[in-house]
Design a protein around this ligand. Sequence first.
Ligand SMILES: Cc1cc2nc3c(=O)[nH]c(=O)nc-3n(C[C@H](O)[C@H](O)[C@H](O)COP(=O)(O)O)c2cc1C
Length: 216
Amino acid sequence: MNKKVLRNLSYGVYVVSTWDTGRATGCIANSIMQITSSPATIAVSINHDNYTNACIKNTGKFAVSILSETTDPAIIGTFGFQSGKDVDKFASVNYALKGYLPVVTDSTGYIVCDVIDTMETATHTVFLGEMVEGDVFESAAPMSYAYYHEVVKGKSPKNAPTYIAEEDDAPAAKEKETWVCSICKYVYDGETPFEELPDTYVCPICKQPKTRFKKQ
Ligand SMILES: Cc1cc2nc3c(=O)[nH]c(=O)nc-3n(C[C@H](O)[C@H](O)[C@H](O)COP(=O)(O)O)c2cc1C
């Protein structure tokens, strides 16, 4: 079985948001697809360990903010590499309330859903959501998962359903010595060889300082 074929599937990059007893929260997900048109339903797969999973189960609602190629990559760092258990993610991100749910305004648009069914896998819950509200914010191109990897140079953590496929890239990545962010695994993309990162350097994805970078 050649798991590399899974890389030929296409995805977008989204913030899946909901409420945590009065506090907005959410996480990044790429695993979203439309299932039916009438009524409009979508499915999203959320890891059991993600705080967002329990919060969606509690509220029975979630929203999807569709990130664009012009979305600040730090939003992916905030929502994709930290947990709402520890951090108030929406405290540093502009959002609007749509259908009572928080949606990221730096996005191409949003979809608000009521959960109508769930399916448990060994690691993830698949939430089936019926669209109850949605709109387009701006005409910027939606960010594809491929664009996130190839242009933004971002990585995916282990809770992303596509993580295992990316692990296969590790040997190739080791061939060239470079600086790697210890939080989000962003690989420094500047001039090489580079003995020391500039003091003012911050990770473009998760905004961590240069002290969080390790030479690999
Ligand atoms: C590009 C990208 C795609 C991701 N896709 C998913 C996904 O589809 N499902 C999932 O459960 N986690 C996914 N994640 C991981 C979660 O966003 C991450 O584990 C997050 O820290 C969970 O936050 P929470 O504990 O507040 O829910 C993805 C992360 C990134 C950066």
